[in-house]
Design a protein around this ligand. Structure first.
Ligand SMILES: C=CC1=C(C)c2cc3[nH]c(cc4nc(cc5[nH]c(cc1n2)c(C)c5CCC(=O)O)C(CCC(=O)O)=C4C)c(C)c3C=C
Ligand SMILES: [Fe+2]
Ligand SMILES: [Fe+2]
Length: 362
């Protein structure tokens, strides 16, 4: 046990300070790298019934997402929701599917964000390794943490891809990471990035995106809707800060544009179930605006770091249709920041901010 043997070339000492020697029988472990793991919500592996069902089951079984009584929810989920929703939502996903790669856009965009982040920060410190994962579906958080550790990452920066924290999103990403760490003998040190509702690079990117998109139209919207994903009102009543973060982002963007109040209106989309969610609702607001005579609007979705079902199908598709049916004439959807220059400036700024003390890269 105490016998010291030389480490084979190319392997790193199992323990810091062990120098070039390992105790006999101790497996060599790589150390010294810093992993940056960006994590978005998730996406099904396919649009067929079983892929959709697997994905929705994992997602909707998360106690952070659905806080209803466990026994009651087991019945509702397994007997009602999972017999109807996979088919209906599979059809919706099919309308936005990336057929070339056979995956949802969220996965395509998140991969590209990780690649571009690597190109931006990789050359600044050769200890940095960037990777990406999905909270639900694949690649899982646990599998990527394991892969990063195998590459020698003994420090991990986890970046939940939600500018505005909510327990149902950011916290559940941290849960997944800690669950993975629970099973490890030698855990990497974990840092979780703080949300960035007021990050200057993010506000600048959103304001620039609005300006550029509107400049490309031959009409001017009477107002712009900033539509954020909703959460049940009960979660807000219990103290979730999400609502305040959304309003803060919207206010800062409006101020940056020099717009009066009312020109950028906050709404909440993607209601699920019968309970009350954060109001005002996006679909009801858009319908009421058209009915009251508003003819031209644009919609931006600042809470989504990447385009997905909720932006492409629900806003650019369903809500545009609602607006036109109710008498509206011009509707423009402003894409998410995705892997654009502004989107990447935002992620780079957040990652650099959160790496301080680990890597001094500006
Ligand atoms: C049922 C409760 C849900 C809560 C609470 C919730 C919060 C929440 N979600 C996002 C971001 C995304 N949600 C997406 C899809 C999606 N969301 C829910 C339910 C809740 N979300 C469901 C059931 C689904 C799947 C589609 C459906 O069946 O309607 C997505 C898109 C994923 C994709 O692949 O395109 C995102 C992104 C946030 C930011 C949030 C709270 C702050
Ligand atoms: Fe959602
Ligand atoms: Fe939706």
């Amino acid at each position: 046990m105490n016998k010291i043997v030389p480490v084979p070339a190319g392997t790193v000492a199992a323990q810091p300070g062990a120098g070039t020697h390992l105790p006999a029988g101790h497996p060599p472990v790589k150390v010294g790298k810093i992993g940056v793991l960006i994590v978005n919500l998730g996406t099904p592996d396919g649009t067929d019934y079983w892929s959709m069902r697997r994905y929705l089951k994992e997602f909707l079984s998360d106690r952070r997402v659905i806080e209803v009584n466990r026994v009651l929810w087991w019945f509702i989920l397994n007997v009602i929701i999972l017999s109807i929703r996979p088919q209906a939502k599979g059809k919706d996903y099919a309308t936005i599917w990336n057929n070339e790669r056979n995956e949802g856009p969220l996965r395509t965009i998140t991969r590209s964000q990780a690649e571009q982040l690597t190109a931006r920060i990789g050359p600044l410190d050769d200890r940095l390794v960037v990777d990406w994962a999905m909270r639900y579906g694949n690649p899982s958080v646990a599998s990527r943490i394991e892969a990063l550790q195998q590459q020698g990452c003994d420090r991990l920066l986890l970046v939940p891809l939600y500018p505005q924290y909510a327990a149902a999103t950011s916290a559940t990403v941290a849960d997944a990471a800690f669950d993975a760490l629970k099973k490890m003998r030698w855990q990497p040190v974990l840092r979780v990035a703080a949300p960035w509702p007021d990050e200057p690079a993010y506000i600048e990117a959103l304001a620039n995106s609005i300006t550029t998109e509107l400049a490309g139209l031959d009409w001017e919207p009477e107002l712009v809707i900033a539509s954020f994903h909703g959460i049940p009102k009960e979660y807000f009543d219990k103290g979730d800060p999400y609502h305040c973060y959304c309003y803060k982002t919207a206010r800062l963007v409006r101020e940056r544009l020099g717009w009066p109040e009312g020109k950028l209106k906050v709404t909440f989309q993607s209601r699920f179930g019968k309970a009350e969610w954060l109001q005002p609702y996006t679909d009801k607001t858009i319908e009421a605006l058209a009915q009251s005579g508003v003819k031209k609007i644009a919609v931006i979705t600042p809470g989504f770091v990447a385009d997905c079902l909720e932006t492409l199908e629900e806003i650019a598709g369903e809500n545009a249709e609602i607006f036109h049916h109710a008498g509206g004439e011009k509707f423009h959807f402003i894409p998410c920041l995705n892997d654009s220059e502004g989107g990447m400036n935002t992620l780079e700024a957040v990652v650099k901010r959160e790496l301080r003390g680990w890597a001094e890269i500006g």
